[in-house]
Design a protein around this ligand. Sequence first.
Ligand code: FE2
Length: 268
Amino acid sequence: MGSIVGALIVTHTPRMADEFTAPAFTREMIRGMHELGEVVAQLRPDALIQASTHWVTTFNHYVLGHKRHRGILTSSEAPEIIAGVPYDFPGDPGLAEAMAAKGREKDIPVICTAAEPFMLEYGTVNPIRYLTPKFDVPVVPVSSCLLADIPECIRWGEAIAEAIRDSSKRVVVIASGALSHKLVRGPETWPSEESQRLDHQFVDLATQGRADELKSFFPSFAKTVEAEMGGRHLAILLGATGGAFRGKLHAYGPSSGTGNAVVSLTPA
Ligand SMILES: [Fe+2]
């Protein structure tokens, strides 16, 4: 029987794509991301499943079933920051297919694709460069579906957890995206004090495994702080873990007015 051995909330702020030229305001987040790399190394998972707020799909949830994710990333959103970044890491087609089948079994529209060529976006690639610096752990990327509301994303997370349990794999589930997401111009700008307070309230509930409080707090939190992509990435993680994992906040930092938490969770 498989299991979720860990869950992570990660930042993908574009300015950390190249660690060596990253500006000062990203340093704390980069330090936290390296700590998560150590967490992943200790957990030794068979696969990572990562929901990214930057892989936006409209009608269906998608999972990538490529044997290998290989390409050169230029971000159409920020090509002056991310251009010509090579990536090459393994996928897990079997797990991807099983996740999609389990979702469809629960009437959630999920498609597993291995379309070629396929260019990943930086919300997927940036964190993986820190989480598995040797690119040696298979990754199943998951999209954020616009027509899916929060309850559907939670059910999708539950379906992912069931697919993992039905497998023989030890898996880490990852939400790649910001918490509060009230964007402004100025990359080093922090969120308002109120947004920061709510972000930390969310993190406290999540890291203390206060599942019932977290589930009732989350929908209004996501709306109030305008969580990235409506908080769909966090809802998938919440569905997968049931909100009952415990862990710690490794870092919290700004990016153009958004609040970015770096969090690790393990089953209580
Ligand atoms: Fe983002």
